[in-house]
Design a protein around this ligand. Structure first.
Ligand code: ZN
Ligand code: ZN
Length: 287
C-alpha cells in the first residue's frame, strides 16, 4: 500500500540568504525583494536550500533532512517546532559547499540534549571536505566521540540507491559548475535537485514519470556557471513533464508573488504546473 509523506522546504534561497546584507545596507535601497524579506514571514525570506522529509515508518514519524547549510539554525528555530521535528534521524548531503554543510556545528544542541549522534550520509569526497572544514570533529582521521562537539557518524554513499528502514533514496548525479558533480535525490516519485547547471544523460532516466520535481532555478537571467536559470529549468520540465514542479535556490532578483503569478500562466498556455517554493512550504507525497 502506498504511504504518505510530507516534505517541508526548510530553505529555498541561494547561498547568501535573503535578505542580503549588501542590499539592506545599500543607501539607494534598490532591492525591493530584500526590503520585503526583512519581514520574517515574507515569502521572500529565503534560507539556504534544504528540505525535511517526514516519513511514516513502523508507525513512527522519521525525519530525514537534506543539507544543513549556513542558515540551518535559522530554519530549525522557525520550522522544527512548527512541524514537530525533534529528532534528526538522518542527514543527507548533496555536496560540500558551505550552503549545504555550513550548519554542522549546530548538531551539538541535538547531541547534547536530544539524541546520541547525528547520522550524516555523504560521498567520500564530501567527507574529505568535512574533515578540513570541521577538523575539530576528528582525531587521527577518526571521528571524535568526546568533548564539547557535535557527535556525528558518517555513512559513505555513492551513486547507488540507499535506504533508511526501507525508505529508498536514489542519488541523481548532476553537474553543478563545469566539472563539479552534486547529488540530487529521488524518493518515491519525487526528485529534488537543488544545485544543478547541467543534467548528464546518464541521470535522465531518473526524471521520468515524476509526481513532483523540485529544481534549481536561480533567476530568469543572466546565465550562471553553476546554477540553472528559469529557461534551463523549464527545458527540463518540458522534456520530462512531471505532474508538478517547484523552483528552488532562488535569488533576490525574484519577487515571490510576481514570479509565481508569471509561472501560473504556463498552466493554461503550456500545461505546465510550476510554482515557486518558499521557506516553510509543506507538501505531501506518495511513496
Ligand atoms: Zn536583494
Ligand atoms: Zn553548491
Amino acid at each position: 500500500m502506498n504511504k504518505k509523506g510530507n516534505l517541508i522546504f526548510l530553505g529555498t534561497g541561494s547561498s547568501d540568504g535573503i535578505p542580503r546584507v549588501s542590499c539592506l545596507t545599500n543607501p539607494n535601497k534598490t532591492c525591493k525583494v530584500c526590503e520585503s524579506a526583512k519581514n520574517p514571514d515574507s515569502k521572500n525570506r529565503r534560507r539556504n536550500t534544504s528540505i525535511a522529509i517526514l516519513t511514516d515508518r513502523n508507525f513512527e514519524k522519521k525525519n530525514i533532512i537534506i543539507d544543513a547549510g549556513k542558515t540551518f539554525w535559522d530554519s530549525a528555530i522557525k520550522f522544527f517546532p512548527k512541524y514537530n521535528i525533534r529528532y534528526i534521524d538522518e542527514i543527507v548531503i548533496t555536496h560540500a559547499h558551505a550552503d549545504a554543510v555550513g550548519g554542522f556545528d549546530y548538531f551539538r544542541d541535538w547531541t547534547n540534549f536530544v539524541q546520541e549522534t547525528v547520522s550524516v550520509n555523504l560521498r567520500e569526497q564530501d567527507l574529505d571536505a568535512i574533515k578540513n572544514i570541521y577538523f575539530y570533529l576528528f582525531e587521527n582521521g577518526k571521528v571524535k566521540s568526546k568533548g564539547p562537539i557535535p557527535k556525528t557518524s558518517f555513512n559513505i554513499i555513492d551513486e547507488n540507491p540507499f535506504d533508511f528502514d526501507g525508505f529508498e533514496i536514489t542519488p541523481i548525479p548532476v553537474f553543478h559548475g563545469k566539472e563539479y558533480i552534486s547529488f540530487g535525490y529521488k524518493f518515491g516519485k519525487v526528485a529534488y535537485i537543488s544545485d544543478v547547471s547541467k543534467i548528464p544523460e546518464s541521470s535522465e532516466k531518473l526524471l521520468e514519470d515524476l509526481d513532483i520535481l523540485i529544481i534549481d532555478a536561480l533567476r530568469p537571467e543572466p546565465a550562471y556557471f553553476s546554477h540553472f536559470t528559469y529557461d534551463q529549468a523549464l527545458e527540463v520540465i518540458k522534456k520530462f513533464r512531471p505532474k508538478k514542479s517547484y523552483f528552488t535556490d532562488i535569488m533576490c532578483a525574484v519577487d515571490h508573488d510576481e514570479a509565481n503569478y508569471n509561472l501560473s500562466k504556463l498552466k493554461s498556455s503550456e500545461g505546465l504546473d510550476i510554482e515557486l517554493s518558499y521557506d516553510g512550504l509543506n507538501i505531501e507525497f506518495i511513496y
